[in-house]
Design a protein around this ligand. Structure first.
Ligand code: F3S
Length: 424
């Protein structure tokens, strides 16, 4: 491939994979089972990025393993109803078309594992979206570094990636043992914890020593060694509590956003450390005694809320069900977006939950999220969210003020148009 026998597009991809391997001291390439490619929103990619993709496709490059796309800058079907400017929409369509010519499926979600079997334990991947990387490594027990958009695409085109970092056993050893001395009440607390730990740990591998007791359910929900990847659709519990998987997704996404944490362990729970406890031992200790500082930092002193965003990372069926049940029969004063992948939205529609949310005036938005959509063009000034990742990113990426709290607070803000009193 490096000699160009398969064309200039493949040679370009192999050059990228090999260059990364050299930089990180990799001794070999490993075949990958799939690639997940970020950098899809036209808001971030721009015209130069679009031309780059078109050129690569013209050079004959095609993904040779299953490749999935991260969210785009809009719902590809309902962009008009959501107020996305036409000029932006046309360029976004061109981006998705260019990726399609490169053989990458327009899944347009940061949670592809919600609509397909989880990646197999120990399989090598080249995934780019940081929350998906956290999920794949930590909860599925697969192996991926945190790729950039172009390097994930290059890996898809050559079907392999350089074996360094988290592809190797030694890269998966914990570097910090974390003890959590505060009760975690909900997904917002798990996210706030993720912000704090991510900032402390940076690129390390945290192992949570005593988190199992703060998760719902008695047994680890993750597949055993040698077990098949788990199916996630259709799957929605019946209670008001978030599932352990959704809480850990919130934690992992926040750690990845605040630091560069691509793998974490939870003693007794996550698959690798459950089977090999020594992986979760580390000489450095971190004790978390309070989350108040995180809430203070993530919350602006805004009262009026323009848009409430639930679904970062993209919402599971269970999360959509919870929103639908909470807003049933209400009339919302602020805009509400529940963002998710299209396959999950379709299933939620079959269950009647999309109709319930829409009847209240909200939207279940597929293919995008508030961080990558041009929400400033929609007149949004204050955003409320139960996602610590969105709360951290939105001020810089979207130029909005943020209120951050749990699902009940966010839905109260959607109902009244104002953030309910009292910070957490
Ligand atoms: Fe996904 Fe957007 Fe959050 S890509 S992880 S919903 S910032």
């Amino acid at each position: 491939m490096l000699q160009g026998a398969e064309g200039p597009g493949v040679r370009r991809a192999m050059e990228m994979v090999v260059a990364l391997g050299r930089i990180y001291g990799a001794r070999r390439l490993v075949p990958i089972a799939s690639a997940q490619v970020s950098g899809v929103s036209y808001k971030n990619l721009g015209q130069a990025g679009l031309e780059f993709l078109r050129t690569w496709a013209q050079e004959g490059a095609r993904a040779r393993v299953p490749g999935f796309l991260n969210p785009a800058g809009m719902d590809m079907e309902r962009w008009r109803a959501l107020g996305i400017p036409e000029e932006f929409a046309r360029q976004q369509e061109a981006v998705v078309e260019a990726f399609a010519r490169l053989g990458v499926q327009p899944t347009l979600t940061c949670a592809p594992y919600l609509a397909m079997p989880w990646p197999a334990r120990g399989s090598h991947l080249a995934w780019a979206e940081s929350s998906a990387v956290s999920f794949a490594n930590s909860l599925a027990g697969a192996r991926t570094n945190r790729e950039g958009g172009p390097s994930a695409l290059a890996a898809a085109i050559v079907g392999r990636t350089a074996a360094y970092g988290l592809h190797l056993d030694e890269g998966r050893q914990a570097t910090v043992e974390v003890r959590v001395q505060v009760p975690l009440r909900d997904e917002a607390d798990f996210g706030a914890l993720g912000i704090l730990v991510g900032q402390e740990v940076g690129q390390g591998v945290p192992a949570f020593v005593d988190l199992a007791g703060q998760l719902p359910g008695e047994a680890s929900p993750f597949p055993p060694r040698g077990g098949e990847g788990r199916e996630c659709l259709p799957q929605a519990g019946g209670g008001r509590e978030k599932s352990a998987v959704d809480l850990l997704r919130a934690l992992g996404a926040a750690m990845a956003a605040a630091g560069a944490v691509a793998l974490f362990h939870v003693w007794g729970i996550t698959p690798e450390v459950r089977d090999e406890p020594a992986l979760g031992r580390a000489p450095r200790r971190l004790e978390v005694a309070s989350l108040e500082g995180v809430y203070a930092r993530l919350n602006a002193p805004a009262e009026k809320v323009d848009l409430v965003h639930i679904g970062c990372p993209h919402a599971s069926l269970d999360e959509i069900r919870q929103v639908a049940e909470a807003v049933r029969g209400q009339r919302l004063a602020a805009r509400l977006w529940v963002t998710t992948g299209r396959a999950v939205r379709d299933e939620a529609a079959r269950q009647g939950w999309v109709a319930q949310i829409e009847a209240a005036g909200g939207h279940v938005v597929a293919d995008t999220c508030t961080v990558v959509a041009p929400i400033q063009a929609l007149g949004i000034r204050v955003l409320a969210t139960n996602s610590a990742k969105t709360a951290l990113y939105a001020p810089a990426h979207c130029g909005v003020a943020v209120r951050f709290g749990n699902l009940a607070q966010c839905l109260e803000a959607a109902r009244t148009g104002r953030w309910p009193g009292g910070d957490r």
